[in-house]
Design a binder for this molecule. Sequence first.
Ligand code: NAI
Ligand code: 15L
Length: 268
Amino acid sequence: MANKLGRLLLTGAAGGLGKVLRDSLKPSTDVLRLSDIAGMAAAEGAHEEVVPCDLGDKAAVDALVAGCDAVVHLGGVSIERPFEEVLEANIKGVFHLYEAARRHTAKRIVFASSNHVIGFHKQTETIDAGAQKRPDGYYGLSKSFGEDVAQFYFDRYGIETVSIRIGSSFPEPLNRRMMSTWLSFRDLTTLVEKSLFTSDVKHTIVYGVSANRDVWWDNSAAAHLGYVPQDSSEQFRAKVEAQPPVAPTDPNAIYQGGGFTAQGPFGD
Ligand code: NAI
Ligand code: 15L
């Protein structure tokens, strides 16, 4: 694939990572179509289009995807929430997106999956993309479903996806667990670019993690992407380790998904 698209759709553009990629993906596309259910900054000239959309609305998503060459799909519920919320934004949302891609011209999708697909693996394990899925909540289940949708739309319709199981992508790691799961914004951008422009990815699953000292994830199955992280959480170690210690019985010290493994159910 060439290294520049005609029109790229970015869902979840109003969110934390959406704002980062709105800026850093500029060189990757002639036109960046920005979408979210929440308000976004106005388009900055002809290079940007702002198209509000609820991912739960099938007809609106169909119109949103029309005319786009590829999609970076960040939109949806990004934390553990009641099932009904996750159902609309994430489960129906990802289905609507792939249906629209099938009907239109978007043949490459970068799907923001999550480490919460495998959150019940222990922090003592090192796992690769083929490890058993062990979702740690409704949110993790929705991302697991999204990965299955991606595989199905490749097998049936040839739509290619890179599912990035993002660890923790914030300006800096916020706690001890994130020393292992942290993904810098620079490495995130590189990984998204590789995911957009590497040819013949079929459906690739890759862990979105920087070159941290103690990572739990082996990306050898995604070596064809050529992703080589440049950053490491090590620069933040002293600051993070100044925090109070975490009890060994705390899920944050046991499971790869940390505290997500103990959230919910809601409304009992
Ligand atoms: P975020 O919560 O800041 O952004 C998500 C965006 O999706 C929000 O702007 C929200 O308004 C939008 N959204 C929610 N429901 C929607 C709907 N029904 N229709 C349209 N838009 C809707 O999350 P963040 O941190 O920017 O993450 C982006 C993506 O990456 C999410 O899919 C998240 O699950 C995934 N991810 C992020 C990680 C991180 O460390 N930041 C870790 C693992 C996965
Ligand atoms: C996620 O999937 C969330 O979207 C993000 O907010 C973080 O909580 C991250 O996982 C994490 O596991 O640290």
